[in-house]
Write a protein that binds this ligand. Structure first.
Ligand SMILES: [Zn+2]
Length: 629
């Protein structure tokens, strides 16, 4: 297998066709600011924290037990626990490629050796199936997660090949992919995995190796799903998107992580095979899902029972599941559509999701995480002990580790590769999608981006390298940024294009309006009718009980539809109300009486629950009960 590393971009998704081309981690780097601080925490604290928990829980030790013939007796963890090791390896691969950290490189290699030792001669690799005393291989495609696990293994191998070069892990991934193609190919088992994930991974392996067999296998998996190839289950086949073929579906449904991963992989297949019909179907599904099934934070999934999308407009804030992994899947899906179409709306949703879910989940020290991301916490939470594994996904405060711990490792790989989502190029020039202090050097275009966004709305782009001929610098103007200016001239939301001859030293200034905005919901979202939220720039704000005067209950607060900045904080005026007290919470025209007025400082939602247990809400009932739509 020959892999052309000189041409390989260190980037998570590298389509061979489409409107825009991604940059690699050697072309774009973060500078001190909002995102670099979080990337540093990921690098210096989270990776070691994850490694510690993978050893402590025995999930990494499962590979040693496999190699030493101690399975199934010695196995710990759920059926998909192998993937947490693969996602950690992917994160380490991006991180080593980005920083050249030799200590991390040694840690990475040590884990790779343990993984590689567990691979069977035919390429099979899973610690939960296939040995005497374990269920046979591929005997439980609905719940076994075997093919899903290969997906994460392959993504890790691809990350390493792109970030540093093909190595032992990459070879393990290729052997696993070949095995999948043999077992599930055109003449093999005509089914799919209950959890999509192999699809984007196989396409990426095709993009790295040029081997068409991997693309064909991904295409087969995408086409098979939706034809009831899996058994019916308690949650229905929509849970794993096996109810309707991908190209016929109208909206994302079922388990939100499965749905977004599948959609991302299906876009990859559509782009690489030139399947316009499939790409159109996925584009429509994205728009419908955003219009009807997405939280203000960008979070997806409102059903706890099956971690799934609800019906249209079923978006209760206090039952928001909004799994961190689903937001990462959403970014993967949006990013691929952005590369395919170049439309700024996809970058808008990525921004919303980054600032309001992906920045919300990790603790400041990088050693605790939200798995679910509620928009309304009714009772103060309980502080989990730093050394306790939390059995449930829903935790009221960030927890160190979960019995199902998919989110921490997913965050780790995302933060390690985050810079790749900031900008792209095409034949005409450079497009900047996400605003962060960063350095871009593509060899053709170069610039320094300086900003304290999202704290302030000024973004300064200083050109450092430029061809002698005119080219186009394109800056995304977010959909909320009415009144934005570029070099002092008004620009509309969407794309602001500057086409001219640039010289090193030229400076372009984008000013985005950062006044707080009152946001009203579509009235069909019954659960928040009569409420408003407040946003500032890309950041959703929330009210938290720790900011209220003693005795004021967040649940007995109504606000006026006006917000202003005062002393560096966004403040709304609230009226406290005295709810009726009787034994039956219904009656004719219950009108609580107003008992006082209070200023309520609002904080970024991503900062909530960082000052101890609290109650919190994003959607605030209006004092006069009016909806603004
Ligand atoms: Zn997760």
């Amino acid at each position: 297998m020959t892999v052309s590393i000189s041409k390989a971009k260190a980037t998570p998704a590298a389509p061979s066709a489409g409107r825009l081309r991604p940059l690699g981690l050697r072309e774009i780097t973060l500078k001190p600011g909002f995102w670099q601080q979080r990337q540093d925490t990921n690098s210096t604290a989270t990776l070691a924290h994850i490694e510690h928990w993978l050893e402590r829980t025995g999930w990494l030790g499962n590979f040693d037990a496999a190699a030493e013939g101690r399975l199934p007796g010695a196995r710990t963890g759920r059926e998909f626990s192998d993937t947490e090791i693969y996602k950690l390896l992917e994160a380490m691969a991006w991180e080593v490629g980005r920083t050249g950290d030799s200590v991390l490189e040694e840690r990475y290699r040590a884990i790779v050796r343990r993984v590689a030792a567990a691979q069977e001669p035919d390429g099979y690799l899973n610690t939960n199936f296939g040995r005497p005393g374990q269920a046979p291989r591929y005997s439980d495609l609905e719940w076994g997660h075997e093919i899903y696990s290969y997906g994460h293994l392959i993504q890790a191998g691809v990350a390493r090949a792109r970030a540093t070069g093909p190595d032992e892990l990459f070879q393990v991934a290729v052997r696993a992919a070949d095995h999948v193609c043999e077992v599930f190919g055109p003449d093999g088992i005509a089914s799919v995995c209950g959890h999509a994930e192999i699809e984007p991974a196989l396409v990426e392996l095709y993009r790295v190796t040029g081997e068409p067999r991997y693309l064909e296998q991904a295409r087969l998996f995408v086409e098979r799903r939706g034809n009831q190839v899996l058994a019916d289950i308690e949650f229905g086949r929509s849970y794993f998107q096996d109810d309707v073929p991908v190209r016929q579906a109208e909206v994302l449904r079922g388990h939100a992580v499965r749905a977004t991963y599948l959609a991302a992989g299906a876009v990859d297949v559509a782009v690489e095979t030139g399947d316009a019909e499939l790409l159109d179907a996925l584009t429509r599904q994205w728009h419908t899902t955003v219009a009807r099934r997405t939280y203000l934070t960008g979070g997806m999934g409102s059903r706890h029972q099956d971690e799934a999308f609800g019906e249209d407009f079923m978006l209760p804030p206090d039952r928001a599941y909004s799994e961190t992994c689903a937001s990462i899947g959403s970014v993967m899906f949006s990013w691929r559509l952005l590369l395919a179409h170049g439309d700024a709306v996809y970058a808008d949703l990525i921004e919303r999701t980054l600032f309001n879910v992906i920045a919300t989940s990790p603790a400041d020290d990088g050693r605790g995480f939200f798995y679910t991301n509620t928009l309304h916490q009714r009772v103060p939470g309980t502080e989990p002990a730093p050394d306790v594994l939390v059995p449930r996904a829903a935790s009221s405060l960030r927890a160190p580790w979960f019995a199902v711990s998919c989110c921490p490792t997913n965050l780790a790989r995302t933060y390690a590769s985050l810079a790749a989502y900031l900008a792209t190029v095409d034949d005409d020039g450079l497009q900047i999608h996400q605003y962060a202090a960063a350095t871009i050097r593509t060899g053709r275009f170069g610039c320094e981006i300086d900003t304290s966004y999202p704290h302030e709305g000024r973004i300064t782009v200083r050109i450092t390298e430029s061809p002698d001929t005119p080219w186009t610098l394109s800056l995304r103007v977010p959909h909320w940024a009415t009144g934005a200016t570029l070099d002092g001239r008004p620009v509309e939301p969407g794309w602001a294009h500057l086409n001219r001859r640039f010289s090193p030293g030229d400076i372009v200034v984008l000013e985005l309006p950062m006044q707080p905005r009152i946001t009203a919901p579509d009235p069909r979202i019954d659960a928040i009718r009569g409420c408003v939220a407040v946003e500032r720039g890309p950041v959703v704000l929330c009210a938290e009980s720790v900011d209220l005067p003693p005795g004021v209950d967040l649940n007995a607060l109504r606000v006026l539809p006006h917000a202003e900045e005062r002393d560096g904080a966004v403040v709304v005026t609230g009226r406290t109300v005295q709810p009726p007290v009787h034994g039956w919470p219904y009656g004719i025209a219950i009108e609580p009486s107003t008992t006082g007025t209070v200023d309520v400082p609002l904080r970024p939602y991503h900062r909530w629950a960082r000052r101890g247990p609290s109650t919190m809400r994003v959607w605030l009932p209006l004092a006069d009960g009016r909806t603004d739509q």
